[in-house]
Design a protein around this ligand. Structure first.
Ligand code: ADP
Ligand code: MG
Length: 415
């Protein structure tokens, strides 16, 4: 082998791992300079917050739409532009962005609002009312406008109720020199039903809905991002198209589409492939879905876990599709074993519907002729995966090998 062929070989070897150029732009918190297909929402939010530049309080806004539809990105984009403009005009104005899911508690949310005003709050220890008072005093001293962005607010309200929101929506009544506006963002479209009507009416002085992206829109979003994230030769158009189509078929989630690209890029690099192929994208999709299912299972509430294990045990006895009553019988036995107090059959039926939405169970209505209709419920994940996840989950571990008494009594039912 002469020197020049060796050089070529080495060239090729370095080229083949040249897939990802800039991983940072594929991170969830990267804020792109352009947000295609959200011009309307950007414009609308801009209109709503613009009064700040005339030193007026702007209306509260409630933004909602499914995950990955660009809500966080649009809110951050518009508000950072507003902030820059307010600075150059000398308007006293501040923004506090809090992700309520990550903050977790009212205390931590208020602590981050305070830190935006440079008010120090100990990590724990104060009463929530006390922090709230410190926050009001500090804010009124500054004679300023403040926009508080409460992202993923649905998570806070589901876990802890709407008390904090109620207090925040009324805060202007007790301020004399400063004014607060709220931007609430929810991934859950049904969130409004959880709010007290008074809270809802003041939070949603304005409302913006973010619809899911379609495949063509996702393609544009990915295309913009790919040109910064990947080397030009590394990502053929077909792969981007497939990624957009898969994410659009799911629910138009741009985050999922970007995750798919990132994981596919990592797979291609690991294999030292020359480019990302459609196979890489499909493997990435599988991997992401697999991780999502495992996460979903781990994060279920205890009662949902018991319901899922009940269906698992039926499946193990060759009963591949069951009615709610059968599942409920086993669920009650499992509650006894684990010393949980059994919920009513109606509540369990609700949990089954939730497990169906997450994709862990699959239920469908079948017609029984003149006996009416009934719901047949099946496992939608492999038994092996369930037993793997629960074998690491202490109170539920022993249930995986349990033989339900009610099944032993009746002999093995087949369906
Ligand atoms: P949401 O808050 O609605 O769940 P995000 O704003 O976090 O969604 O968006 C998810 C990901 O997709 C982020 O990485 C974001 O940068 C990207 N994204 C969403 N919409 C667009 C868009 N129109 N243009 C470019 N990137 C987008
Ligand atoms: Mg978000």
């Amino acid at each position: 082998m002469n020197i020049s062929t060796l050089d070529e070989l080495f060239d090729r070897a370095t080229k083949t791992t040249q897939i990802i150029k800039n991983k940072d732009v594929l991170r969830h918190d990267y804020l792109p300079p352009k947000l295609p297909h959200r011009e309307e929402q950007i414009h609308y939010l801009g209109e709503i917050v613009a009064p700040v530049l005339k030193r007026d309080r702007c209306s509260n806004v409630f933004i909602y739409g499914k995950t990955g539809t660009g809500k966080t990105a649009v809110a951050k984009y518009v508000l950072s532009r507003l902030y820059e403009r307010a600075q150059s005009l000398g308007v006293p104005f501040q923004i506090c962005y809090v992700n309520c899911r990550l903050a977790g508690t009212e205390y931590r949310i208020l602590a981050s609002v305070c830190s935006a005003l440079n008010v120090k709050v100990p990590f724990t220890g104060l009463a929530v009312g006390e922090i709230f008072d410190r926050f009001k005093v500090a804010l009124d001293k500054e004679a300023s406008l403040l926009i508080v962005v409460l992202d993923e607010i649905d998570e806070l309200v589901k876990a802890r109720g709407d008390m904090l929101l109620y207090e925040l929506t009324r805060i202007n009544e007790s301020l004399s020199r400063s004014k607060v506006s709220l931007v609430g963002i929810s991934n859950d479209l049904m969130f409004k039903d959880l709010l007290d009507p008074r809270v809802l009416s003041s939070l949603s002085e304005e409302e913006i809905v973010f619809r899911p992206y379609n495949a063509a829109e996702l393609y544009d979003i990915l295309f913009e991002r790919c040109s910064i994230a990947f080397f030009e030769q590394a990502l053929p158009e077909g792969a981007v198209n497939l990624c957009a189509a898969l994410a659009a078929a799911e629910h138009g989630d741009a985050r999922r589409a970007l995750d798919m690209l990132r994981v596919a890029g990592e797979l291609a690099e690991r294999e030292a492939a020359a480019e990302i192929t459609e196979e890489h994208i499909r493997s990435a999709e599988k991997r992401i879905e697999h991780d999502r299912i495992i996460d979903a299972m781990k994060n279920l509430t205890p009662h949902s876990k018991l319901v899922l294990v009940s269906v698992y045990l039926l499946n193990k006895e060759n009963i591949s599709s069951a009615i709610t009553g059968d599942i409920y019988e086993i669920y009650q036995e499992l509650c006894e074993l684990t010393t949980y107090t059994a919920l009513t059959q109606r509540r369990v039926s609700g949990l089954i519907s939730e497990l169906d939405i997450i994709g862990l169970l699959n239920s469908r209505i079948v017609s029984m002729g003149r006996y009416g209709r009934t719901k047949k419920i099946k496992l939608n994940v492999s038994r092996a995966l369930i037993s793997k996840v629960f074998s690491e989950d202490e109170p539920f571990r022993c249930l995986i090998d349990y033989s339900p008494k009610c099944l032993a009594k009746e002999g093995s039912r087949q369906s």
